[in-house]
Design a binder for this molecule. Structure first.
Ligand code: ZN
Length: 317
């Protein structure tokens, strides 16, 4: 903690308390629930210098973090929705080897046995009703509630932790969270902590490993690189960059003095999905010659034809 102009500032290690303050900022009725609060929240944790590792283990990272405050009878549906969301997102990124694990009540726990059973059942039913198989880690839950961990396997079959769906009976109690129930009495909501990607930095690290840098077209930081054969064709190449950028694509140009084979090798090495080669013939016909990453020449085509090819590439819904 430190002080600036008489106010205390600190470094935020987690997002939960902020969302709890929002929940507590007014009286909540059973009709207001569930309340879902989302934040791309940057948090800081002190990791020893020796364990810092690329994007995978860092001292400041951003979580796609949400907290769902719900009634016990809403738990199953809320968890189901989070599971559907996790599956949709992982599908878009091309992860189809996903493992789910439920961790159950440890010896030392807080909250009522009834709530633990209800929450654990909610996690199980949400997975079962979707036909998702899962492993159980008996007694491995946190003292404050059961959880589902989602683990990915990348192209090299390495396992990566991403999403977590954690039920929490403890923080609602400690912070005195309540809602006014049908009978006019205050009741305690259950809090679900959930991340889908987890740490964005770590997830990007996972993606890079999974694709070995060769991202699918929609995800590639540079989707197309225009390669003029010599500087005589730079102006036409620039026009292509402008036109493709205007269509929303991320386009680069290699107008250096290297030979064409060297430019192609460089673009291949940097895993750019498409190379557009322009020389005398292309300038004359206002056409493009296209190469796809890792494949041979796709040949010469009209600009419109190339754009159609790009549109066909856009996978995520
Ligand atoms: Zn949380």
């Amino acid at each position: 903690m430190f002080e600036i102009e008489g106010k205390e500032y600190g470094i935020k290690p987690m997002n939960c308390p902020g969302h709890i303050m929002i929940y507590k900022s007014r009286i909540r009725s059973y009709r207001d629930l569930p309340i879902r609060i989302f934040e791309l929240g940057t948090v800081y944790r002190y990791e020893r210098a020796g364990v810092l590792h690329g994007l995978l283990r860092v001292r400041g990272f951003t979580q796609d973090d949400a907290h769902i405050f719900c009634r016990p009878d809403q738990l199953e549906e809320e968890i189901g929705k989070v599971i559907d969301f996790v599956r949709d997102v992982l599908d878009v990124f091309g992860f189809n080897d996903v493992k789910m694990e439920i961790s159950t009540r440890p010896d030392k726990y807080i909250g009522s046995k009834e709530n633990w059973e209800r929450a654990t059942r909610a996690l199980e039913v949400a997975l079962k009703s979707r036909g998702i198989s899962y492993d159980v880690n008996p007694g491995e839950g946190a003292f404050y509630g059961p959880k589902i961990d989602v683990k990915l396997r990348d192209a090299l079959k390495r396992s990566w932790q991403c999403a977590t769906i954690q039920c929490d009976f403890s923080l609602p109690e400690r912070f005195g969270l309540a809602y006014v129930d049908k009978d006019g009495r205050p009741k305690q909501p259950i809090m679900i902590h959930r991340v889908v990607l987890g740490s964005i930095e770590r997830f990007i690290g996972t993606l890079i490993e999974h694709y070995a840098g060769a991202f699918p077209f929609w995800l590639a930081p540079e989707q197309i690189r225009v390669l003029p054969v010599s500087d005589k064709f730079t102006s036409y190449a620039q026009d292509l960059v402008t036109n493709l950028s205007e269509l929303g694509y991320r386009v680069g140009i290699d107008d250096g003095s290297d030979t064409l084979p060297k430019k192609i090798r460089m673009a291949e090495k940097e895993k750019v999905p498409y190379m557009v080669i322009v020389g005398e013939k292309e300038v004359e016909k206002r056409s493009v010659s296209v190469r796809e990453r890792g494949k041979k020449d796709l040949g010469e085509m009209e600009f419109g034809e190339f754009v159609k090819l790009l549109e066909g590439n856009f996978v995520p819904k």
